[in-house]
Design a protein around this ligand. Structure first.
Ligand code: HEM
Length: 139
């Protein structure tokens, strides 16, 4: 059980490294004007999304699900229901990042760098909410 929790947390950190850094790359990419810089950002973004962030997310969800199966009584608690709702938002955010990756790949980014700065704040709020729910289990 503790092993499952340890790997759940290790992959959660990996996932969040990407969720924080990829939108930051989008900020700089949206400001870039020369072709070599834009091409370099495309490579960095693709590697981060497919090489780190997506495997981190899949493994976090996998180890989280294994923990939940091992302790199915948590399914009856309010904090877990709320955590799963916030998780759904996090998965939607991840998929949205993937859509933006394709937009940048085809040089059709629709947003300003200021928009990406705000976009970058969403995972901070979700991280705070989910970790407080999982550790304090307030209800
Ligand atoms: C499908 C997704 C997930 C499921 C089913 C899940 C489920 C669980 C379960 C059952 C536990 C063990 C609770 C306990 O025994 O105390 C746990 C622990 C934890 N989870 Fe998740 N989790 C998921 C995703 C996440 C994510 C995305 C985060 C962070 C943003 C996260 C953060 C934590 C933390 C910090 C703990 C440790 C709580 C403690 O030991 O006090 N989980 N999770």
């Amino acid at each position: 059980m503790l092993w499952l929790k340890a790997f759940h947390l290790i992959f959660m950190v990996t996932w969040f490294a990407g969720l924080f850094y990829l939108p930051r790359l989008y900020v700089y990419h949206a400001m870039a004007e020369d072709t070599p810089s834009k091409e370099r950002f495309k490579v960095m973004e693709r590697k981060l999304f497919w090489g780190i962030m997506t495997p981190g997310g899949v493994l976090t969800l996998g180890f989280g699900s294994a923990l939940l199966m091992a302790q199915s009584h948590w399914l009856g608690s309010g904090w877990m229901h709320f955590k799963l709702k916030l998780l759904a938002l996090l998965v939607i955010y991840h998929i949205w990042c993937g859509k933006l990756l394709l937009d940048f790949k085809h040089d059709r980014n629709p947003h300003s760098h200021v928009w990406y700065r705000w976009f970058n704040e969403a995972p901070v709020l979700l991280l705070i909410g989910i970790v407080l729910l999982a550790t304090l289990k307030p209800f």
